[in-house]
Design a binder for this molecule. Sequence first.
Ligand SMILES: [Zn+2]
Length: 268
Amino acid sequence: MLEKILVYDAPDAMGLDVRVVARHLGDLLPQAEVETRTDFFTWHLGQFDPEQVEVLTDEVAARLEEREVHNLVAPARRDELEPVTPESRDLGVVYVADQLQDVMRVLLKHEERGPSFLHLAYITQCLGHWEAGEVYLRLQIIQHGEPTIISTTGFVEAPALPREYAFRRAHLLSFGMEEAAEELDERFAGAALVHGDARIDRVAAGYALQAVFRQMFGEVACDTPTCPLHPAATHDELARAHLDEDSRLCDRHARMLITARGGAADAD
Ligand SMILES: [Zn+2]
């Protein structure tokens, strides 16, 4: 039974308010305690003695640096293709998701591990994985597990852009028409999430629900396009699942929560 959800802030994520996410989770899961914390590394490193913190911080920083992706080209294709850096794609720091998770997991306190706890760590860095047969690192929004990691930059960068937009934008930029590209971004912003978007909390809460359902019920996805558990491969799909007027948990998933609540009440 899920008893406690720990939500870690990503202070650099523009517009993200983890208290809003926590309140939303608390409303849906009254049987669970929801706590917000500062960002994952600051909080966990802060649990150690002051003299240990400095050494540990250096150690963690070194381990993170080792796991940073500097070339987005798949290792198997690097002989034939020029390197593509994350900077050239405006992505900032990029990690292979399960490697970052390994570094984070060892910092979790023993008494806060196991199926009663869900650690939800928001980060601004990008997450990705090497998908078999693909030329470039595949970006992702969420890495399930202990802890679950959610990349807010991933909300914007991981879903595919509509083809026409991507084409026109690249075309404008290739002619140095940055202003025109920005105008295009603005027109496009109505439909898709962009950096600094005020609707980030809704998407953040939707992905938190994906983690909750996975842990509580083993549910990994939903076929209903307007359910926040629906996996979004494109910006259109992300908007349908999280931002549209009719975006909400589908009947089946809403019923699962209600049933779990009833079960928890019976157990009291
Ligand atoms: Zn659903």
